[in-house]
Design a protein around this ligand. Structure first.
Ligand SMILES: [Zn+2]
Length: 485
């Protein structure tokens, strides 16, 4: 291990005085004198706060530590000779902020937990906080942490959980700083230790305003910085609170994992699926960046959680994958609208893995015990209605039933008729599922004891045409199904 001894050059007082005399900048850079901290290189398995650490194996992608839309000059980049030349500072970036007026907000670059806070640094006390002045360290798991330095005031306390883009404090000029600016960097080591662990390279989302670029994740070493030659960079640091209600639920349409982000502790994201029949599962097992901890539930169309077990075999596991993950499943989704609710115990990014059962045609029985498959071109079928009544339509049907499953190959008006049958029939049609599916039409006795229904069908969709006995007297029927023209 090599330690870099700090030198007086880090202060760069002469440079500062020269530039200020020239009136080159309203605000000056600088930073941190490495009063530092010879820290051993942490191993990949080193943990600082425990629980979320072990599964994070990659550095988080950072956002700029400013609210979305703000632009700031980068005054000193990675390896900058002014003060970014010690192990604890070499991958840092300095962003200029105004020297006068109200101090601007500094926000978290990615979700994390406040691990250490330094306050009480008076202006001019250059060694305060190890030179970093008033500052905040945010633990991101995997022994990664970010720092926000030279603050005029700190707005958070140790243990507080922050999402991306949440207020950390206000920029300032405390510590080894000679002009308002924000010094920020990613480190690896013990976030809460008094000594500062070494910096590591990282990617930070930004837009190079000077070069006319677009937002991208830039490597920390690629920022062009300098008091007179630096570029201005714009922040897009925000965590979008989306899918936060049933009405804005994200449709589940495939089995590709979805990525999402819990913006704050207690954030809720909803997902929706309907018409899908069969085994459904969803789980959050790991987070590619930062810390997250979730719980989940599956709700019915009204937003009420399904009964555990129940007809659809609902299971929830809030302790999935250790204590951090969560998993919810249905052994057999009914095809009705279902919502998956994800709840964040900690902010951070997550990956939702899911197995979505097929939409479209439900299982052969559709939940009914008896069925006949009708040709797509329709036809005439004979049968009997006897036995126990398990289904009835909105217009009646107290006896046994015969169920016909029909999947037209073209869309249009379908007519089904039992006119002329000897049995006293009731006819109704359900979509998606036979038992519990949506009723499209119901008729009793439009033609003597016979019945007739018509409904608009969609090609490829399965409909259940139920010939029900009006009463418990069994009888025979003739069902004629006329397909769309
Ligand atoms: Zn700096």
């Amino acid at each position: 291990m090599t330690c870099t001894k700090p030198t007086s050059q880090d202060r760069q007082t002469n440079v500062r005085q020269t530039l200020m005399a020239r009136g080159v900048l309203g605000a000056l850079l600088v930073v941190v004198s490495p009063l530092v901290a010879c820290t051993s290189t942490p191993s990949d398995t080193e943990a600082t706060t425990g629980k979320a650490e072990s599964r994070l194996i990659q550095a988080p992608t950072l956002s700029m530590p400013f609210p979305s839309g703000e632009s700031h000059l980068c005054t000193q980049g990675n390896g900058g000779g002014t003060s970014h030349n010690a192990s604890t500072t070499q991958h840092a970036l300095d962003f200029d902020t105004p020297n006068s007026g109200p101090a601007g907000p500094v926000v978290s670059s990615v979700a994390g937990v406040v691990a250490r806070v330094q306050t009480g640094c008076a202006l001019g006390n250059t060694s305060c906080g190890g030179g970093f002045g008033n500052h905040v360290r945010l633990d991101h798991g995997g022994s990664y942490f970010t720092v926000y330095c030279h603050l005029s005031s700190v707005s958070v306390a140790v243990g507080q959980k922050l999402g991306r883009g949440q207020l950390v404090g206000y920029e300032g000029n405390t510590g080894n700083s000679f002009g308002d600016h924000v010094h920020t960097s990613l480190h690896r080591g013990n976030a809460s230790a008094a000594s500062m662990a070494p910096t590591v390279p990282y990617n930070m989302r930004a837009r190079d305003v000077t070069a006319g670029g677009v937002f991208s994740a830039m490597s920390s070493g690629s920022f062009i910085c300098g008091l007179t030659t630096g570029h201005v960079y714009q922040s897009d640091n925000t965590c979008a609170s989306v899918h936060d209600s049933l009405a804005t639920a994200r449709p589940l349409t495939n089995n590709i994992p979805y990525s999402g982000e819990f913006c704050h502790e207690g954030d809720i994201d909803y997902f929706a699926f309907s018409g899908n029949v069969g085994a459904f599962s969803a789980s959050v097992t790991s987070s590619p960046e930062s810390i997250s901890d979730c719980a989940c539930a599956i709700l019915d169309a009204a937003g009420v959680e399904l009964p555990p077990g129940g007809p659809e075999g609902y299971v929830r596991n809030d302790g999935f994958n250790g204590s951090e993950g969560c998993a919810c499943s249905l052994a057999s989704a009914s095809g009705a609208t279902r919502y998956l609710k994800l709840y964040a115990a900690m902010p951070g990014q997550y990956i939702l893995n899911k197995t979505l059962p097929a939409g479209g045609p439900p299982p052969p029985t559709g939940g009914c015990s008896v069925k006949t498959v009708v040709s797509p071109s329709g036809g005439t079928y004979t049968g009997t209605t006897s036995g126990t009544s398990t289904e009835s339509g909105s217009c009646g049907g107290g006896g046994g039933e015969a169920v016909y499953e029909y999947t037209p190959s073209t869309s249009g008006l379908v007519t089904a008729s039992t006119c002329g049958s000897s049995a006293d029939t009731v006819l109704f049609v359900r979509e998606g599922m036979c038992s519990g599916g949506t009723e499209l039409a119901c008729n009793d006795d439009t033609c003597g004891l016979g019945s007739e229904v018509s409904f608009m069908a969609t090609a490829g969709t399965t409909y259940f045409i139920v010939v029900d006995n009006f009463d418990t007297v069994p009888g025979s029927h003739t069902l004629t199904i006329t397909p769309p023209p």
